[in-house]
Ligand binder design. Structure first.
Ligand code: 5GP
Ligand code: MG
Ligand code: MG
Length: 180
């Protein structure tokens, strides 16, 4: 799997430091709020499990799955709810945990859903932010790294549902796409 990677953008060590920084910040901001920390499947799973271990506060965990990519490298533009939350978000403080924000469509879809359900507050924590990809307005409150406009994989992020289990974030070799 390592052989398919052209270069590493964020190493395990660098990601760990980001998880500590963001986790400590959120723990400080959400003390006594008992937030619901919502991981967006499947990409945010690795990041979420690392970042929550840096938060020494009471919190509930939940998951949502929305899809817009259909497994390729370009967004289809349409966002669908694939798996819903199990906790009622009304009057609760929500932290959405994402792997990456690109066009912003996925985030906008989830924020609209949570507002409709009367969440008290909604904040967003993302490992990666790709502001150059924005199509709709979307902002993260806690950001690990700003990424250049490149397709990245690893640490939860996939290409054709593969590479999620790489412990770092990197760029795939061009021949991987070209061979498809
Ligand atoms: P958005 O709706 O903001 O365009 O896209 C969000 C989703 O698209 C992310 O959660 C992720 O699944 C996927 N995505 C966007 N950019 C990348 C990328 O560079 N690499 C990978 N693997 N997925 C991406
Ligand atoms: Mg995602
Ligand atoms: Mg994907």
């Amino acid at each position: 799997m390592d052989n398919d990677i052209e270069r590493v953008l964020y190493s395990e060590e660098t990601i760990k430091e980001a998880c500590q920084r963001l986790g400590h910040q959120m723990a400080h901001d959400y003390q006594d709020k008992n937030p619901i920390i919502v991981g967006v499947l499947k990409g945010a799973v690795l990041f979420m499990t690392d970042v929550i271990r840096e938060m020494d506060i009471l919190a509930e965990l939940d998951f949502i799955d929305v899809s817009s990519y259909n497994g390729g490298t370009a967004s289809s533009g349409e966002v669908k709810l694939v798996h819903d939350l199990s906790i009622d978000v009304a009057d609760r403080d929500i932290i959405l945990v994402e792997d990456i924000i690109d066009t912003g469509r996925t985030l906008k879809f989830m924020q609209d859903l949570l507002k409709e359900r009367h969440a008290h507050s909604i904040k967003v924590c993302t490992l990666l932010d790709k502001p150059s990809g924005r199509v709709v307005e979307a902002k993260a409150d806690y950001v690990g790294f700003i990424v250049p406009n490149e397709f990245v994989v690893g640490y939860g992020l996939d290409y054709g549902d593969q590479y999620r289990n790489l412990p770092y974030v990197g760029v795939l070799k061009p021949e991987i796409y070209e061979n498809k």
